[in-house]
Design a protein around this ligand. Structure first.
Ligand code: DC
Length: 230
C-alpha cells in the first residue's frame, strides 16, 4: 500500500464523522463515511415495508440495489439506484434500520467491495465499526474513538436538531444504547477495537481539542512507521 489509510471505529455519537472530516481536510485526504452505506440499505429496507426486527428480509432485494459513492465538492454523496438520498438517511428511524441490516452477513458482504475499492484508490480516513478489524486490517493508523454515553447522546441530539430533525435526549440515549449494544454483540464484524487500535476517549474534549489530539496521534504513528505524509 503506497498511500495512507486511517481507520476510525467506535460507537455512534463519538464524533467520528465530524472529526474525520476535519482531519481529511487538514491532511488533504478523502473522508469515507461507511455508516452511510448501511443507512442506505436500511432506507431501502424501510421503503420496501420490511420490519426493523426482520432485517434479514432485505437479502433477496440486494440484487436490486445499486449503491454509488461520489465526491461532489469534497462531500461524500451516496446514490441509491441513481438517487442521491442526502440527509434522508440521517433520520433516527433510519439509524435503527442501519444497525439492523448491518448485522446481516449478506449485507456486510454486499458492501465490502465498495469500501475496499475506495480505500485502494485513494488516501483515506474511513470511519465505521469494523474498519480496523475487517475492511482495512493493514491500515497504518487505527483509532477507536469513544466517549461516555451521555456525551454521545447529547452530541447526536444537537446534530439532529441542527439538521431540522428535533428529538428528545431520552429517546436518543435509549436508542443509542440499544443500537450500540446490538452493534457490539453481533456475530459478524462486531463493533470492537482492533487489537492494534489506539483507544481515544473524547468525553471531556471539545471539537478542536479532539481534532488536534487525533492529528498529533496520526502524525506520531506515521512517523514511527516511517510513513511520509504529504
Ligand atoms: O456510523 P453510523 O451511525 O452512520 O452507522 C449506522 C449503523 O451502521 C450503525 O449502527 C452500525 C452500522 N455500521 C456498521 O455495522 N459498520 C460500519 N462500518 C459502519 C456502520
Amino acid at each position: 500500500m503506497d498511500h495512507i489509510q486511517i481507520a476510525i471505529d467506535g460507537p455512534s455519537g463519538a464524533g467520528k464523522s465530524t472529526v474525520s472530516k476535519a482531519i481529511a481536510k487538514a491532511m488533504g485526504i478523502v473522508y469515507v463515511d461507511t455508516g452511510a452505506l448501511y443507512r442506505t440499505v436500511g432506507y431501502y429496507a424501510r421503503e420496501q415495508g420490511i420490519a426493523v426486527n426482520n432485517a434479514v428480509a432485505v437479502v433477496p432485494y440486494l440484487d436490486h440495489i445499486k449503491i454509488d459513492v461520489k465526491y461532489e465538492n469534497g462531500v461524500q454523496c451516496v446514490y441509491l439506484n441513481g438517487e442521491n438520498l442526502g440527509d434522508r438517511i440521517r433520520q433516527n428511524e433510519i439509524s435503527m434500520y442501519a444497525s439492523a441490516v448491518s448485522a446481516v452477513p449478506e449485507v456486510r458482504a454486499f458492501l465490502l467491495d465498495t469500501q475496499k475499492k475506495i480505500a485502494a484508490e485513494n488516501p483515506v480516513i474511513m470511519d465505521g465499526r469494523d474498519i480496523g478489524t475487517v475492511i482495512l486490517p493493514n491500515a497504518q493508523v487505527k483509532i477507536f474513538l469513544t466517549a461516555s454515553n451521555e456525551a454521545r447522546a447529547r452530541r447526536r441530539c444537537i446534530e439532529l436538531v441542527e439538521k431540522g430533525m428535533p428529538v428528545s435526549y431520552e429517546e436518543i440515549l435509549a436508542d443509542m444504547n440499544r443500537r450500540d449494544e446490538a452493534d457490539r454483540t453481533r456475530a459478524v464484524a462486531p463493533a470492537v477495537p482492533a487489537d492494534d487500535a489506539v483507544i481515544f476517549d473524547n468525553s471531556d474534549m471539545d471539537f478542536d481539542t479532539s481534532v488536534s489530539g487525533l492529528l498529533k496521534l496520526i502524525k506520531n504513528t506515521a512517523a514511527e512507521k516511517g510513513i511520509v505524509l504529504s
